[in-house]
Design a protein around this ligand. Structure first.
Ligand SMILES: *[C@@H]1O[C@H](CO)[C@@H](O)[C@H](O)[C@H]1NC(C)=O
Length: 477
């Protein structure tokens, strides 16, 4: 990028922030800056000075049509200094969607969650809640899920509503008493439910495109097939103490568990399904013999995940795609850049693990979309939650903050990843705590900087982040 064009970018960015600051002043600190109060003052001045002619009066009565007053000096060319998020604003941004529940049931003491958007609107969705045991034994099961949409929010949004109902429908059909039901049976049922739901998404889209619905309804049914989503769903059976984790895509579930020596271990409950996963590469090569170039640079025909819902471009025959592109302005066909010879190349079938939660060992489950894992390893996340459990909030707040050098993004590269020394424990919600520490911890300029841009500039600094933390048998929680 030349100096000229980067200057131009800087100007446009400043412009964006400034106008938001003025017209939606509540988003930013108003200290030492004219923003809203300046606006009021100017309005009063016009009214009070009695210089309002007929058009001015009209403007005054119709606030929405008023031309913005000068807040800065056009002669000097200086705009008022825009403010990024304050510390309080950072806390608000990472915790405004927080939730926390205390089921105290079946060994689950508590669970916390949050979501921080980068895309606007966010493409992440999440699920949490209970449903009656499919074994009809009067127990209550629990479910947690994170859904990371891509190329739109439409698939993730549909999964938020339909994924658990599809899984429940499958489980409800298993009749035998729970002690005779193998993990394989449960896991196969969950896999089938995921596959059935994805087939329904694709079938619904094709049928809608061919039917007599009004155009807008056809498009609403096509969108979840055109967009895509990862799905990570955990289901807990309090009778068998089994935690079943189903993973389609690259969201990740990790169990933190205290072993006999008192050390907390990070036990993976899912493996990221991406073009970097050797088992996935081998599977794809076996399913598509002779198509050696399917996986390149960690991507499957250009997409990072090797399993996903929706994403019809990797699933439908090319002719169907061409037809839908023409008639309904569907997404561009991957050809000729990639060869679509033997679709489908992506599957929604999850890899399922079943883990017994040992009631004699305190443990917790972390579920998160890749926005968190891009900036944190599984062990780092477990260690952070352990610090959150062990350190009383009030105490850590009083710890003195280290002094940091002024920050800019040249320092922000993979080598400047998560640093344990930046850890801070100041949030009452364990999921918010993980997000804060993944984004900079006690390095305030770093976290404020990483949250300062809105869409689209923030997307190269952070992804949508959704986190859930579930505590099993953790004393004090
Ligand atoms: C954090 O994650 C984002 C994507 O979610 C990535 O672009 C960035 O490089 C990561 N930064 C660090 C410091 O790990």
């Amino acid at each position: 990028m030349s100096a000229g064009s980067s200057l131009h970018m800087a100007y446009r960015r400043a412009g964006r922030v400034t106008s938001r600051q003025i017209w939606a002043g509540t988003h930013y600190s108003t200290k030492s800056r004219p923003s809203n109060s300046g606006f009021t003052r100017v309005t009063k001045y016009i009214a009070g000075a009695g210089v309002v002619g007929a058009p001015g009066l009209w403007w005054f009565a119709n606030g929405r049509n008023e031309v913005p007053p000068h807040l800065a000096s056009p002669e000097s060319g200086n705009l008022a200094v825009a403010r990024g998020p304050s510390r309080e604003e950072v806390t608000r941004m990472i915790s405004k969607e927080e939730y926390s529940f205390l089921p105290r049931d079946g060994g689950v003491n508590r669970y916390d969650g949050t979501r921080v958007a980068s895309n606007s609107p966010t493409e992440d969705r999440y699920i949490h809640g209970t449903f009656p045991s499919p074994w009809k034994d009067g127990k209550t099961w629990m479910a947690w899920g994170v859904l990371d949409g891509h190329a739109g929010w439409q698939t993730a949004d549909l999964l938020e509503k339909q994924l658990v109902p599809f899984v429940r429908h499958g489980l409800d059909k298993i009749k035998s008493p729970s002690d005779q039901i193998s993990d394989e049976k449960v896991s196969d049922t969950i896999k089938k439910a995921f596959i059935n739901l994805d087939e329904s998404i694709l079938k619904t889209a094709v049928e809608a495109s061919q039917g007599n619905l009004p155009l807008q309804d056809k498009l609403a049914n096509l969108a979840p097939a055109f967009a895509g989503s990862c799905a990570l769903l955990s289901i807990y059976d309090p009778t068998t103490l089994k935690l079943h984790v189903a993973c389609t895509g690259d969201s990740r579930a990790v169990l933190g568990q205290k072993n006999a020596e008192g050390k907390w271990e990070a036990i993976p409950l899912s493996v990221d399904q991406t073009g970097d996963n050797q088992e996935e590469i081998a599977r794809l090569k076996k399913e598509h013999p002779g198509e050696e170039e399917i996986v390149a640079g960690g991507r499957v025909l250009g997409i990072m995940v090797s399993r996903a819902f929706g994403d019809s471009r990797w699933k439908w025959p090319v002719d169907l795609q061409k037809d839908l592109k023409k008639k309904f302005d569907g997404p561009s066909i991957l050809m000729p850049k990639y060869k679509i010879l033997t679709p489908p190349y992506l599957t929604a079938e999850p890899v399922v693990t079943s883990t017994k939660i040992d009631p004699s060992k305190p443990s917790f489950l972390i579920m998160a979309t890749d926005g968190l894992w891009d900036n944190l390893s599984s062990q780092q996340a477990v260690d952070l939650v352990v610090k959150w459990i062990e350190k009383p909030t009030a105490l850590s707040k009083s710890l003195t903050e280290p002094k940091y050098e002024p920050y800019d993004f040249t320092k922000y590269e993979w080598k400047e990843e998560f640093d344990e020394k930046r850890t801070t424990v100041q949030d009452g919600n364990a999921a918010v705590h993980l997000v804060r520490n993944a984004l900079g911890g006690n390095h305030h300029e770093m976290i404020q900087g990483r949250l300062a841009y809105g869409t689209p500039f923030c997307r190269s600094i952070r992804d949508d982040i959704t986190v859930q933390v579930v505590f099993f048998h953790v004393p004090g929680q």
